[in-house]
Design a protein around this ligand. Structure first.
Ligand SMILES: O=C(O)CCC(=O)C(=O)O
Length: 281
């Protein structure tokens, strides 16, 4: 897919330049189910895209006008706006970053990755916690090579609600049939204790990002600061990922939303699923 707008040269170069991952980092990712990478993007690049993503997110905010007290746990956790890239040319340049897509492919050991979808996840001041969950419960995917880039535009101290990961939890097959909810928070909290899973809950520096598998347990704390936690995410999948027969209503909904022209059994190659990085010719 081609780039259609001009960006400042330094930003374009950074978006496209590879990030060097060591074999040890790849191995850690595969064992732990997540990795945090410092200095992945520069403060200049983050400030540039913060403006574009924030403007679009608040323009499309589905919770506009709904007070925090009138929202359920999910609504209190964050403003969620999905697939900004088809709706904003500037945001698209970030979502299509070759640096990020190549890193995703190398972490999951895929020859290439496609776009599943992107999301802005803005946790407002006084925003609540994000319940424990796994992402791939929602996705009708044929295997586990899916990975989310979680990219904050600011540093995220503990009191702003950074992500917390269950180390190695993607290998334990816990809570794979439950949607994000008060119930998932309760059930997974118990499972994490029972299985003695280490919770990795640390702040993010400015420029630091994380990647996690679709089957890794994760949650986030609430935001008690006065500033919104402004996060952009991109979800990638193996370029050969196939659509499975839907197993729940979320699978049905995500099929319609993110890969509408794909038939069960086919590689998910809808126009919404461009290959963002590949080593194939
Ligand atoms: O940002 C959050 O609070 C939750 C993010 C999340 O669940 C994800 O990116 O998969």
């Amino acid at each position: 897919m081609t780039t259609t707008i001009d960006l400042p040269a330094a930003i374009r170069a950074e978006l496209d330049s590879p990030f060097t991952l060591s074999d040890e980092q790849k191995q850690h990712f595969r064992e732990d189910g997540f990795i945090k990478l410092k200095e992945f993007f520069s403060p200049g690049l983050l400030a540039f895209f913060d403006e574009a993503v924030t403007a679009k997110t608040f323009e499309l905010n589905p919770l506009k006008g709904t007070a925090m007290k009138d929202r359920d746990t999910y609504g209190q956790a964050f403003i969620q706006v999905s697939n900004l890239w088809p709706r904003d040319e500037v945001v698209k340049q970030l979502a299509f970053s070759r640096r990020a897509a190549q890193t995703a492919a190398e972490l999951v050991d895929a020859s290439g990755v496609r776009m599943w979808h992107d999301q802005a996840l803005y946790k407002e001041p006084a925003g609540g916690f994000t319940p424990w969950h796994v992402d791939q419960y929602y996705w009708p995917m044929s295997h586990g090579k899916s990975v989310t880039l979680w990219m904050p535009f600011t540093a995220v101290p503990i009191d702003m609600g950074p992500l917390c990961f269950g180390k190695g939890s993607h290998r334990k097959y816990i809570a794979r049939d439950i949607a994000i909810s008060d119930e998932s928070e309760k059930l997974i909290t118990e499972e994490v204790r029972k299985h003695e899973i280490t919770e990795v809950f640390e702040p993010y520096d400015l420029g630091e990002v994380s990647f996690h598998y679709g089957w890794t347990l994760h949650r986030a704390g609430g935001n008690t600061t006065n500033e919104a936690r402004r996060v952009f995410t991109v979800i990638y999948m193996d370029e050969d990922m196939r659509l499975i027969e839907p197993r729940n209503e979320n699978h049905e909904a995500d099929w319609k939303a993110w890969t509408p022209s794909t038939k069960v059994g086919e590689v998910m190659a809808d126009e919404l699923n461009p290959v963002l990085y590949t080593t194939r010719g």
